[in-house]
Design a protein around this ligand. Structure first.
Ligand code: ADP
Length: 259
C-alpha cells in the first residue's frame, strides 16, 4: 500500500537482522554465475556471462590487420576494448553514446587483460574486444573481465592464463562479496579486483568509498578467494565447449560409418 512505501531518500535495508542480504545471499556469497563460450558465429571468439541479474555478451575480433594503419605497433598487437551498456540495460534508458564511465571501464578492462595476452606474437595487428552489457546490476566491469577473458581464449589468442574478477564492498558496516547494484549505490565502499590465481597476479585494483586497513586486507582476501572460484568456473566453461565439439565430431563420424 502507498503509505507503506519507504520515502525515496531512505536507503533500503540491505542486510537483515539474521545477516542475509536483500537477495538472500550471505555476506561472503557470490551471485549465481552462468558462463557460455563460443556463442557468436561471426566473431573470432565470444562468451556470454550471467552473474545475478547481469547479462553480458563479449566478442573478440583478431588478431587482424591494424586499421587505421598508423595505430599499428612494430613489435606487438594493439589491444582495443569497448565496454558499452545497451540503452535498455538499466532502469532508465541510458544514452547509447559512450559516457565517461564507459570510457574508463573500457580502459580498465583492457588493462586487466593485457598482462596475460601474448601480444608480441602478432606485431602490426589489432585485437578488438567488445563488452556489451545487455542488463546491468552492479559489478559489470568484473563480469566483463570474466567474459572478455573467455572470449579471448575462445578466439585462440595465446594467453598465459585466464583472468578472473570480483568486487567486494562494505554495506551497512559489513564487508560483502560481489555487490549488486543497490548494494553498490547505498553501500559505503566498492573494491573491484581482477586476479590471475595461478600467477598470483592482481591486474585490477580500484576502490570507491573508504575502508580501514583491516577491512581492506580482509576484503581483498575475500575477493581473491572468489576469483579462485570464478577461475575454476571459467576453465569448466572452456572445457565444456571443446567437449561438446568433440562429441559432435564423434557423432558425425559415427553417422557417416553407418551410412
Ligand atoms: P560496475 O558495474 O563495474 O559495478 P559502477 O560501480 O560504475 O560499475 O556501476 C554500478 C552499477 O550502477 C552498474 O552495474 C549499473 O547497474 C548501474 N549504472 C551504471 N551506469 C548507469 C546509468 N547510466 N544508469 C543507470 N544505472 C547505471
Amino acid at each position: 500500500m502507498l503509505w507503506e512505501k519507504l520515502p525515496e531518500s531512505k536507503p533500503p535495508e540491505l542486510i537483515d537482522s539474521k545477516g542475509f542480504r536483500a537477495d538472500g545471499r550471505r555476506l561472503d556469497q557470490l551471485r549465481p554465475i552462468k558462463l557460455e563460450v563460443g556463442i557468436l558465429d561471426k566473431a573470432d571468439g565470444s562468451a556470454y556471462v550471467e552473474q545475478g541479474k547481469n547479462k553480458i555478451m563479449c566478442a573478440v575480433y583478431g588478431p587482424r590487420e591494424a586499421h587505421p594503419k598508423h595505430i599499428a605497433l612494430p613489435d606487438r598487437a594493439v589491444i582495443r576494448c569497448r565496454y558499452h551498456m545497451a540503452p535498455f540495460s538499466v532502469d532508465e534508458r541510458k544514452s547509447p553514446a559512450p559516457s565517461r564511465r564507459e570510457m574508463e571501464l573500457s580502459k580498465v578492462i583492457r588493462e586487466s587483460l593485457e598482462p596475460v595476452v601474448l601480444a608480441d606474437l602478432y606485431p602490426r595487428t589489432t585485437i578488438d574486444l567488445f563488452v556489451e552489457v545487455l542488463q546491468s546490476d552492479g559489478g559489470s566491469r568484473c563480469a566483463g573481465i570474466i567474459g572478455a577473458s573467455l572470449a579471448l581464449a575462445d578466439a585462440g589468442i595465446p594467453m598465459t592464463e585466464l583472468v578472473a574478477a570480483c568486487a567486494v564492498g562494505k554495506v551497512q558496516g559489513k564487508l560483502a562479496l560481489d555487490l549488486s547494484d543497490s548494494e553498490d549505490k547505498y553501500g559505503e565502499a566498492d573494491l573491484p579486483v581482477a586476479f590471475v590465481p595461478n600467477a598470483n597476479l592482481v591486474t585490477l585494483l580500484q576502490m570507491d568509498g573508504s575502508l580501514t586497513t583491516e577491512e581492506f586486507e580482509k576484503g581483498l582476501g575475500m575477493a581473491l578467494e572468489a576469483c579462485r572460484t570464478i577461475h575454476g568456473l571459467q576453465r569448466e566453461a572452456l572445457k565444456k565447449k571443446y567437449h561438446e565439439m568433440k562429441e559432435a565430431v564423434e557423432e558425425k563420424e559415427e553417422s557417416e560409418v553407418v551410412a
